[in-house]
Design a protein around this ligand. Structure first.
Ligand SMILES: [Zn+2]
Length: 289
């Protein structure tokens, strides 16, 4: 490149810079956008991207429990199953939080399983996806818990396969608890609970169960009866940890419209009590982060 070519090149770059400056200035003044406006637009865009999950996530705010409130944790087990979408839609429509303890094998077996699991996972903080094992022990509970290495690996496989965001598990067919410095389980599951504890996992049991018929999976208690059981757990101090009641229920119980109406009714009764707050179990006291 000779001196003439070099000089021409520098002139070109300078000219481009000037054109760029003029055009940037023009865009701003034409639209009448001030620096303040464009900053506001930038933060609105960031908030939108964070909300839609396509941008950097906003930092999670630390949860602070209100000591004047009583916390109710609605949990649905064994999804994705028929009924999962109904539970999701009802909680969405009622604007309440819930936790779904899901089974990785059901994700594989159900045609829209992956989609349902993804929908729950992406709906945090309203819904929390949690781990309910890879295969629900294939209903061989005793054998499963008597082989703690195998059981531990089963939960790790589910954690990976479902892409569970937090280290929160519910044991299939067992109401054991593992929290910070706290393991409370039956003898049968103690070894696997200790292994999960050492690996930083929490295990969540329950205080009140919405029972179902084992022949047709329909709810046993009426919504009014279940709400009375929740009130009673608080008033009689039958909770695992004071001022917190975890409700166990199953997605498949709400497939029929009469039964999904019961779920709506139950949620509405709970919402009517100004002392009650529905939360996800990652905000249960003593959860290891
Ligand atoms: Zn289960």
């Amino acid at each position: 490149m000779n001196r003439f070519q070099k000089g021409f090149r520098w002139m070109g770059i300078g000219l481009l810079g000037i054109i760029g400056f003029i055009s940037c200035n023009n865009t701003a003044s034409k639209a009448g956008v001030s620096d303040k406006d464009s900053l506001a637009a930038d933060s609105a865009k960031e908030a939108y991207l964070a909300k839609t999950g396509s941008g950097p996530k906003a930092p999670e705010q630390p949860f602070v429990a209100d000591s004047n409130k009583l916390y109710v944790y609605l949990t649905f087990d064994d999804g994705p199953q028929p009924g999962t979408l109904t539970c999701y839609n009802i909680c969405k429509a009622e604007g309440v939080k819930a936790t779904f303890f899901m089974v990785a094998l059901h994700q594989q077996r159900k045609r829209d399983g992956k989609q349902l699991v993804g929908m729950i996972r992406d709906s945090y903080p309203q819904f929390l996806l949690a781990n309910h094992s890879f295969d629900h022990t294939m209903e061989h509970y005793i054998y499963f818990y008597q082989h703690p290495d195998m059981a531990f690996n089963n939960f790790m496989r589910a954690q990976d396969s479902l892409a569970v965001p937090k280290k929160i598990i519910r044991l299939p067919g067992n109401g054991g608890w593992v929290l910070q410095n706290h393991v409370k389980t039956s003898h049968l599951v103690r070894a696997v609970a200790n292994r999960l504890d050492s690996a930083g996992f929490n295990v969540i049991g329950w205080d009140v169960e919405w029972n179902f018929s084992h022949t047709n999976a329909r709810p046993v208690q009426s919504p009014e009866k279940l709400a009375a059981e929740v009130d009673s757990a608080f008033s009689r101090h039958n909770e695992h940890i004071r001022r917190n009641v975890v409700i166990l229920t199953h997605d498949r119980m709400f497939q029929r419209s009469a039964d999904s109406a019961s779920l709506v009714k139950f949620i509405q009764i709970i919402k009517q009590n100004p002392n009650y707050v529905l939360e996800t179990v990652d905000h249960y006291p003593g959860i290891k982060k």
